[in-house]
Design a protein around this ligand. Structure first.
Ligand SMILES: [Zn+2]
Length: 81
């Protein structure tokens, strides 16, 4: 989905800020997280990696370690809770 199509009602990431378009939380937001965790592992891995790569081009002030923590490690840790 392109940013121009965002209505603000769907819990989707908005580039280039990577905040949620609906609730404004840092993406992935707490509302979207259960749906992400419900995906099977290959689908989840592809999605997280896509976000990681796209966010790396937008969030240039964050290090690779910061991005890895936010888009991969935090989600994996949430899955283990
Ligand atoms: Zn949200």
């Amino acid at each position: 989905m392109r940013c121009a199509e965002m209505t603000g009602r769907h819990h989707e990431p908005v580039r280039p800020t990577w905040a949620c378009g609906a609730c404004g939380e840092q993406w992935p937001c707490s509302t979207a997280l259960p749906a992400i965790l419900a995906l099977d592992e290959p689908a989840q891995a592809l999605l997280l990696w896509d976000w990681f790569e796209e966010a790396a081009t937008d969030l240039v002030d964050l290090t690779g370690a910061d991005l890895h923590q936010r888009f991969i490690r935090d989600v994996r840790e949430a899955e283990q809770r």
